[in-house]
Design a protein around this ligand. Sequence first.
Ligand code: SF4
Ligand code: SF4
Length: 178
Amino acid sequence: MTEIETSKEPIKASEIDPKFKYELSRMHGGEKLLKCFQCGTCTSDCPVARFSDTYRPRTIIRMAQLGLKDRVLNSETLWLCAACFTCTDRCPQGVEVASVIRVLRNLAAEKGIVPQVFKDQAASILDSGYAYKIPELRINKRESQGLPPLPKGKPDNIRKALKGVKFIENTQKGGEQA
Ligand code: SF4
Ligand code: SF4
């Protein structure tokens, strides 16, 4: 996985997949991708971009339009989107930016390209019912403070509910590139 600054590296013709933008445009949420005219509203209004030197939704959209499939799917900043939909609400061209990012994440996940932190969280949810494993130290501290034990997770129910959810299954795969 790479930082999106790789988008500043010179583009080689061999990297371009000319069909990628059409592939994305046929997916739910990606229909308006080709309408982006790079005004930058999505980036200027994005609450994550405000605190990041690398996260730029406009750049993600442009990379997708240009067919830089491998670069964009391997970009770790793809996973910084908080899915707040501000960009989608404010895009003057009606591009569903947040949905395009979701589509790109799903395509990355199909290849097993998911940041380790999310793989670990998914594994923990399936295993214990908690997104984070509560450290033994904290459990002991609760006990010593006279606090009641934490409720037990119900991983069996969760596994049943998530059975067939492709994204979760994909987080358990090894990545092609990480
Ligand atoms: S706001 Fe819309 S048109 Fe402007 S750069 Fe973002 S996606 Fe493109
Ligand atoms: S949905 Fe993602 S890209 Fe869009 S404004 Fe929110 S954090 Fe930024």
